[in-house]
Design a protein around this ligand. Structure first.
Ligand code: PMP
Length: 362
């Protein structure tokens, strides 16, 4: 048999092979209809069933309370950087952001177009190595919401707590760790995520939002950017990304079948532990600078002590079918993204390769 290929890309990322096989099997003829999902009317009965099931399966998986809407949108997480302030300011002038890395910084810079941004806490003075504890945060009482990036995909920094803010809505960019472990949705006002890491194909953006936060967008808000319109019209103000939603729905079914988010969390914790142990146990050949409690389960950046070996590392990894390990262009080094679809065997293959590489080049 061919050696399996493991894709450590940060997104678009691996999808579960079982899902891809089902997509393939249904590609030309979905459930005997003789056409592909791609060719269906989004308002036809078949597609309405597909999107309704996708939403229900997500609600089951995440235990989403009834007073939250699930929206299937477009524009990526990046458009949410604008839609969040547009919709959630609700007459306030100020919005608060916790800066933990590159993605939260992009979010707060975009929000500056719409709001007076308060940076309530930042890790920039500590090389972005941790999430500032809530005891350090300065949140004004008159702020509209507090925004966090639950997992920083580039820096590999993940929240180890859910902030408690009383009546102030908490907004989380969960693009790179949604569905990786259980969360209590009721602790958030809004959660958003681009799909292309843990949900499905690029082109779909998921928003989960508490109903009372809807309906406060200014009158000149573009219709497509108004959550209330999208909620009222079941994410079908216009043609939604039908195929991406269908694939996401299959991923949700796969997650349910494989034990739901608790089982996924156990597998993810184990995978992350294997990789961090390999880094920490390498006697400095490899290094990850993030504080233990904030080390991401999903994105593991690491450097080689001798950066002159980076190129050889990537080349030799590729020969072993370990792909897309090059770190983000802003940080350099390596990054292994180990989302839900990455099996333990993939992480084990990487760990074995890292050990052999270090032995050879030490
Ligand atoms: N936020 C986070 C945490 C991300 O990882 C990314 C994509 N890497 C984005 C936002 C931007 O997502 P998109 O490309 O879907 O706009």
């Amino acid at each position: 048999m061919n050696q399996p290929v493991y894709n450590f890309g940060a997104g678009p990322a691996m999808l579960p092979p079982a899902v891809l096989e089902q997509v393939q099997a249904e590609m030309l003829d979905w459930h005997g209809r003789g056409i592909s999902v791609m060719e269906m009317s989004h308002r036809g009965a078949d597609y309405m069933q597909i999107i309704a099931e996708a939403e229900q399966d997500l609600r089951d998986l995440m235990n989403i309370p009834d007073n939250y809407k699930v929206l299937f949108l477009q524009g990526g997480a990046t458009l949410q950087f604008a839609m969040v302030p547009l919709n959630l300011l609700r007459g306030h002038h100020k919005a608060s952001y916790v800066q933990t890395g590159i993605w939260s910084e992009k979010a707060l810079n975009e929000a500056r177009r719409f709001a007076e941004v308060e940076v309530s806490a930042s890790n920039a003075d500590r090389q972005a190595r941790l999430v500032p504890p809530q005891s350090e945060w300065q949140v004004s009482k008159d702020t509209a919401y507090v925004h966090i990036a639950g997992n920083e995909t580039i820096g590999g920094v993940e929240f180890d707590f859910v902030p408690e803010l009383g009546d102030i809505p908490l907004v989380s960019d969960a693009s790179s760790h949604i569905l990786s472990r259980p969360v209590d949705v009721s602790q958030f006002g809004l959660i958003y995520a681009g799909a292309q890491k843990n949900i499905g194909p690029a082109g779909l953006t998921l928003v989960i939002v508490r109903e009372d936060l809807l309906g406060h967008a200014p009158a000149n808000t573009p219709t497509m950017l108004d959550y209330a319109v999208q909620a009222k019209e079941g994410s079908m103000h216009n043609t939604p990304p039908t195929f991406a939603i269908y694939v996401a729905g299959l991923v949700f079914k796969w997650l349910k079948k494989t034990g739901g988010l608790q089982a996924m969390a156990e597998r993810n914790a184990h995978k992350a532990k294997l990789l961090y142990q390999a880094i920490d146990g390498s006697e400095g050949f490899y290094a990850n600078p993030i504080e233990q409690r904030n080390r991401s389960w999903m994105n593991v950046p690491f450097t080689l002590r001798n950066a002159n070996l980076d190129k050889a590392f990537l080349q030799e990894a590729e020969l072993q079918h370990l792909l897309q390990l090059k770190g983000h262009r802003l940080l350099g080094g390596m990054r292994a993204s180990i989302y839900n679809a990455m099996p333990e065997t993939g992480v084990q293959a990487l760990v074995d390769f890292m050990r052999d590489f270090a032995r050879k080049h030490n």
